[in-house]
Design a protein around this ligand. Structure first.
Ligand SMILES: *Cc1c(COP(=O)(O)O)cnc(C)c1O
Length: 400
């Protein structure tokens, strides 16, 4: 009998009991607003900032309402404004160009390579067009950060890292988020920490972080932050920076603090699942796995592969046949954006030239989630199903 997979690709693990207790404590005292503290109390949001700064090794951290908000705040802190051009990845999630558009700024898209990272040759060619790069480590794939930083430093480009998929990851021993002047993280349900919605921002730069704290809506209560610059930095800036409200509350922060402690264990579990799929899909004719450089320490809560240069109908057939057996593949080549999956030409508010290499890569790119509700055996089964369906369609293609 044909094997079928029956679990849900969007079902995350339940919130761990210790985090539930922490949330109940906040609900019990009712001080959900981050600046609502009892005498001598450190708020959950401030404690999360302190602990996240320690986790990343950054001097400063700020907890905010979402990952997209964290990105826009970083760009605002850097002074990006209407009409400014910002380099960014053509292969990313919609809130990334959206954060640039929110400021009235103009995204300049950089091609993706078949390894799913920003194309550094294309970046070098476009380096003169902007002085900020919003670098998205999309789906957890990290480019050669040493070369990227050399290009950007040479061209006077400041780098903001979008680490929505690289919390806990590293390049060449340096934590993801520690190369740029600021880095943004998301704690939305499908990322590495789950508070429903939420975001974090880190930096070593006192002035940038003070601006970010003021922007997030600190009501002159910036001394109630857990990892912020000293009051003298705020004194210089506080009358000049608008309050663009986007704080995190203590309920979410309480959940996140517990999850942050268990992140290393969950990262291990995700990577074991990733490697199970990778092993199960090795050597399938017509299917290309993504190469992972030795310098990259990834945390993979999703899996990607390419059906490179396949006709669209054949990719659609693989998606349909896999779906019929319970395996939900998301295709970046689809004509219409679906759910979370869209590509640059769907962002109709941008005026961007065609990017031939990105088009070619995305037309063959398939993506699946690996929630921790899947076991290693589940992953092996998913791989067997994909193997069989890719094989069946590919044999038809080669017979032509
Ligand atoms: C999720 C995500 C974001 C934004 O996060 P939200 O918290 O949903 O605003 C930014 N970049 C990438 C690559 C993402 O996947």
């Amino acid at each position: 009998m044909e094997e079928r997979f029956s679990k849900d690709f969007t079902q995350q693990e339940p919130i761990e009991p210790e985090a539930v207790e922490a949330a109940l404590r906040v609900l019990g005292h009712g001080r959900l607003h981050r600046y609502n503290v009892a005498a001598g109390e450190e708020s959950e949001a401030a404690a999360l900032e302190r602990e996240f700064a320690a986790f990343t090794g950054a001097r400063y951290a700020l907890a905010v309402a979402s990952g997209g908000y964290a990105i826009a705040t970083a760009l605002r802190a850097l002074g990006v404004g209407p009409g400014d051009r910002v380099l960014t990845n053509a292969f990313t999630l919609a809130p990334v160009p959206g954060a640039i558009a929110a400021l009235g700024a103009v995204p300049v898209l950089v091609e993706v390579t078949p390894d799913l990272v920003i194309d550094l040759d294309d970046l070098a060619a476009k380096a003169g067009e902007a002085d900020v790069l919003l670098l998205s480590h999309m789906r957890g794939h990290i480019c050669d950060m040493d070369r990227l930083m050399a290009i950007c430093e040479g061209a006077g480009i400041r780098v903001v890292e979008d680490c929505a998929h690289t919390m806990g990851a590293a390049w060449n021993g340096v934590k993801s988020g520690r190369h740029g002047v600021m880095a943004a993280y998301s704690t939305q349900t499908y990322k590495h920490l789950n508070s429903g919605e939420g975001g974090l921002l880190i930096s070593d730069d006192a002035e940038l972080m003070a601006r970010a704290v003021l922007l997030s809506g600190s009501y002159m209560l910036y001394e109630r932050h857990g990892a912020a610059p000293g009051p003298e930095v705020f004194d210089r800036l506080k009358l000049d920076v608008p309050n663009i409200s986007g704080r995190m509350d203590n309920l979410r922060a309480a959940i996140l603090r517990v999850q942050l402690r268990s992140l290393p264990a969950r990262a291990k579990a995700w990577n074991a699942r990733y490697r199970a799929l990778e092993a199960g899909l090795a050597g399938v004719a017509g299917l290309t796995l993504i190469t992972r450089p030795a310098q990259e320490e990834y945390v993979m809560s999703s899996f990607q592969f390419l059906l490179a240069d396949w006709p669209a109908e054949a990719v659609e057939e693989v998606v349909a046949r896999s779906a019929a057996r319970g395996v939900e593949l998301k295709w970046f080549g689809a004509r219409e954006p679906a759910g979370f999956t869209s590509r640059y030409e769907h962002w109709g508010y941008l005026e961007t030239p065609r990017l031939p290499q990105t088009d070619r890569v995305l037309c063959g790119l398939l993506d699946l989630r690996l929630p921790l509700t899947f076991t290693l055996e589940d992953c092996a089964l998913i791989a067997r199903i994909i193997r069989a369906e890719v094989g069946a369609v590919y044999r038809g293609l080669s017979r032509g």
